[in-house]
Design a protein around this ligand. Structure first.
Ligand code: ZN
Length: 198
């Protein structure tokens, strides 16, 4: 069913493009917004626009940030000898919540997936290798425990092993096929503690 207002249809159409939002929930959100004050809706619109104008990728680790380099890369409290490699910026947030990663991060921007045509050149692998100076002693590979994540971990381990850097893979606790960002903090913290060396 279509609504007689083009504005309503347009809002539903845009909202239903969001992950996990179908037409039905988009409709619900639109009718909720219609009941809000002009000011509340303005604040939402401003917040969305600000996202695009202020947030960018850190030029070192590719985490999302408003200041480049990001606060983690510039922090003097972080252990610069350890880099934890993750697929997406969301994963940095999840790992930070555990408090177990005291080192730096590197966001690959995805995982290897030959079926989808995603190879090493599509990920920030070159950028990772450029960061592996003498200062770096350990790489923790925290890609997702699914087929793509495992393939990526193995690829990176083979690539980095000859460089005389300790490489480990987060292990215990994360269910196979699960996404890192949905793992609870305790499970994730245990997975980092129990990382296995390649
Ligand atoms: Zn950074």
């Amino acid at each position: 069913m279509k609504y007689s207002s083009d504005a309503v249809e347009k809002a539903i159409h845009e909202l239903s493009k969001l992950p996990g939002v179908g037409r039905k929930s988009a409709q619900r959100h639109v009718f909720y917004l219609l009941k809000q004050s002009e000011n509340d809706v303005q604040q939402l619109a401003d917040a969305l626009l600000e996202l695009k104008s202020k947030v960018r990728n850190c030029s070192v680790c590719f985490n999302i940030t408003e200041n480049d380099p990001c606060p983690i890369c510039t922090s003097e409290k972080r252990d610069r000898s350890v880099i934890c490699v993750v697929e997406e910026a969301n994963d940095v947030l999840a790992l930070e919540k555990t408090g177990e990663c005291r080192g730096l991060y590197h966001v690959l921007g995805g995982a290897l997936s030959p079926l989808d045509g995603i190879g090493p050149d599509d990920l920030r692998v070159k950028e990772l290798l450029q960061r592996l100076t003498e200062e770096v002693k350990e790489i923790i590979i925290a890609t997702n425990p699914n087929t793509e994540g495992e393939a990526t971990a193995l690829y990176l381990a083979k690539l980095i092993k000859p460089m005389n850097i300790k490489i480990s893979r987060i292990a215990r606790g994360i269910p196979v096929g699960a996404d890192l960002e949905y793992a609870d903090e305790i499970t994730l913290a245990r997975a980092i503690e129990g990382r296995l060396e390649y």
